[in-house]
Design a protein around this ligand. Structure first.
Ligand code: MN
Ligand code: MN
Length: 323
């Protein structure tokens, strides 16, 4: 532990509802220099095909993240003691130009990666993960553990448009950013556009674990397989909030019935412990459709769960370097 690490505002000194809103009540910093993990907002939903609003996600997730405390109650991980973490603010975005929006997100994440920090992002819609992967996987493809109701591997929308939040992972595979044999999608469900919609993804080597299979097998078995698929190589974790049932996370653009409970996704993310995670995000929190902040709270809590796993791997990597 280093006493130089940034610390959250103490809620026994300044109440949670007071002060400037930042992720986990950490200091807001101008760049990722010196950080192990950079919490970053991507307030952009230019890829949304149905109800929009995920552009407002980072601000509401910041607000709800004031509920997070210092110690994980199951693992005992104290992320702010074992890793240097801060809020680097929101990336520069362009709400009226899709291609420029993607470019700005890629550049913003590339700066975080260049500083040696792991990005933990709050979206934004799921198309934001494509430019994030362009930065994180610039020099080699990565594996991916993907929690979602949707595969997001469709090809074209509204004619010949390749970039929507339903297409990011087809583009990422085409661009060589993902190694599809190291990609697993968990929680997929809901009606689809046509029979065989997921055939392309499966043919690439992606493992799709539909919700019904999860219900049969449970979290431990599913995550054991997911860990085997991701292996020891660099792995990205992307968490679409719509993987959670709309009864617990209604504030999202494309809700699907029959989803995970919040307790199930917490259990699964804890089982990512020990993987080589090079970046992560929580996307598709759309506050205009939220109720009492419950979806933003789910997003903030999943960011904290991811942060704990990331912080522990930072600590392990540091121990390796010292030895
Ligand atoms: Mn998605
Ligand atoms: Mn989805």
């Amino acid at each position: 532990m280093s006493s130089n690490f940034f610390q959250p505002v103490d809620a026994s000194v300044v109440p949670r509802f007071a002060g400037l809103s930042t992720f986990m009540r950490l200091p807001a910093v101008a760049s990722a220099e010196g950080l192990d993990i950079a919490l970053v907002g991507i307030p952009w939903d230019g890829g949304t095909t149905n109800r929009a609003g995920a552009r407002h996600g980072p601000r509401d997730i910041r607000n709800q993240s004031s509920l997070m405390r210092r110690v994980h109650h199951v693992s005992g991980i104290e992320p702010f003691s074992i890793a240097n973490v801060a809020d680097v603010g929101d990336l520069s975005v362009n709400p009226i130009n899709l291609m420029d929006g993607l470019k700005r997100i890629e550049d913003g994440i590339a700066a975080i990666v260049a500083a040696g920090a792991i990005p933990l992002a709050a979206g934004g819609d799921h198309l934001t993960t494509l430019p994030v992967l362009r930065a994180v996987a610039r020099h080699r493809p990565v594996g991916m553990i993907h929690f979602d109701a949707h595969s997001d591997t469709n090809d074209r929308y509204f004619g010949d448009n390749p970039y929507t939040h339903g297409t990011p992972f087809r583009r990422a595979i085409e661009e060589g950013l993902l190694d599809p044999r190291r990609v697993v999608q968990i929680g997929i469900r809901g009606s689809i556009y046509e029979p065989g919609e997921h055939d392309w993804a499966v043919a690439q080597g992606i493992r799709i674990i539909y919700m019904e299979e999860f219900v049969r097998r449970g979290a431990t078995s599913v995550m054991e397989e997911a860990r085997t698929i991701a292996g020891t190589g660099p792995t990205y974790v992307t968490f679409d909030i719509d993987c959670i049932d709309p009864s617990m996370a209604p504030g999202t653009g494309t809700p699907e019935l029959g989803g995970f409970t919040t307790r199930e996704v917490q259990e699964m993310v804890r089982l990512l412990d020990g993987l080589n995670i090079v970046g992560a995000d929580v996307v598709e929190v759309a506050p205009p459709f939220d109720l009492a902040g419950m979806t933003a709270l789910a997003g903030a809590t999943m960011m904290f769960e991811l942060l704990c796993v990331l912080a522990k791997s930072v600590q392990a990597a540091r121990a390796c370097k010292i030895r």
